[in-house]
Design a binder for this molecule. Structure first.
Ligand SMILES: NC(=O)C1=CN([C@@H]2O[C@H](COP(=O)(O)OP(=O)(O)OC[C@H]3O[C@@H](n4cnc5c(N)ncnc54)[C@H](O)[C@@H]3O)[C@@H](O)[C@H]2O)C=CC1
Ligand SMILES: O=C([O-])CC(=O)C(=O)O
Length: 252
């Protein structure tokens, strides 16, 4: 059974630790010690408020469900310790210098940085963009005001530009745009909308290339404990972990 260390004991951390199938969460770490303690009790793991002590535990993979800052702070140490890392806050990799450095560390260590599909679908075959770059790649995200931690009277565009700029302003809301760009091999254009009439986190993906064109619309149910995060993001990590040792690999 794969043993994992969980970095981040919030909304997604709870779903992973309490729904894990075929994996064992042996240690949990959070910058807020009470959160780690509470989750450790729920999943019979050991809790840590100190990262170095957490890393001395016996697990082979770290699952990050914390923040862009957490990836920047701990990503390298995880890989150098000889563990793979699953990165949900993939927005951290929008910074070219940091991403190339982290990939270099992973290569040296012979370890992997795994970015789950998170709150969107379609990343598998968007990787064809690495061979045949898309002419057009746009993510239009619409969220209810509560998901963005703001109020709004009417549907309003609050950001239009490139993913690597959007993630700086909305690090808790648009990690998906960075994952999209990493898959397709070019920075995605982003439109971020707040809409008081929206009840779901909606991601619309528009792609055009030599292959033809794609339109995907994902209408995600917000997580009950954190409306910024779609429930699908937690399911995506659980699925990635369930398939880690499966000899049958489906999707590009
Ligand atoms: N790629 C994707 O599709 C998606 C990515 N996300 C990202 O996943 C992450 C987790 O989401 P949720 O569980 O809903 O967030 P949350 O806010 O409910 O939980 C995050 C937990 O991580 C802890 N944390 C934050 N920074 C930390 C640090 N530097 N060191 C240690 N602990 C730290 C917090 O104290 C909190 O307990 C967020 O960064 C979110 O933006 C969320 C949804 C989709
Ligand atoms: O959960 C979502 O809908 C997307 C999200 O927050 C992110 O990508 O950071």
């Amino acid at each position: 059974m794969i043993k994992i260390g969980l970095l981040g004991c919030g909304n997604v951390g709870h779903i992973i630790a309490t729904h894990a199938e075929g994996i064992r969460v042996v240690a949990v770490f959070d910058i807020i010690p009470g959160r780690a303690e509470e989750l450790a009790l729920l999943c019979h793991a050991r809790s840590y408020a100190d990262f170095d002590a957490f890393m001395r535990e016996d697990f082979s993979i770290v699952v990050e469900a914390a923040s862009v800052d957490a990836v920047r702070t701990y990503g390298e140490a995880v890989l150098r310790s000889g563990r793979d890392i699953v990165v949900l806050s993939g927005g951290a990799l929008a910074d070219d210098a940091f991403r190339e450095h982290l990939i270099g560390v992973a290569r040296e260590a012979g370890k992997k940085i795994r970015i789950p599909s998170g709150a969107i679908t379609g990343l598998d075959n968007l990787k064809i963009g690495q061979i045949s770059p898309p002419k057009h790649l746009l993510l239009r995200t619409t969220k209810p005001p509560a998901s963005l931690g703001m109020t709004a009277e009417a549907r309003t565009e609050i950001f239009k530009g490139l993913a690597h700029d959007c993630i700086k302003q909305y690090p808790k809301n648009i990690n998906v745009a960075v994952a999209l760009g990493l898959a397709a091999g070019r920075d995605a254009d982003v439109e971020l909308w707040v809409d008081p009439a929206a009840e779901r986190n909606i991601h619309e993906i528009f792609v055009e290339g030599d292959f033809g064109d794609i339109y995907i619309r994902v209408r995600n149910v917000p997580s009950p404990d954190n409306p910024a995060t779609s429930y699908m993001a937690a399911l995506s990590i659980l699925t990635l972990l369930k398939n880690l040792e499966n000899p049958l690999v489906v999707g590009t």
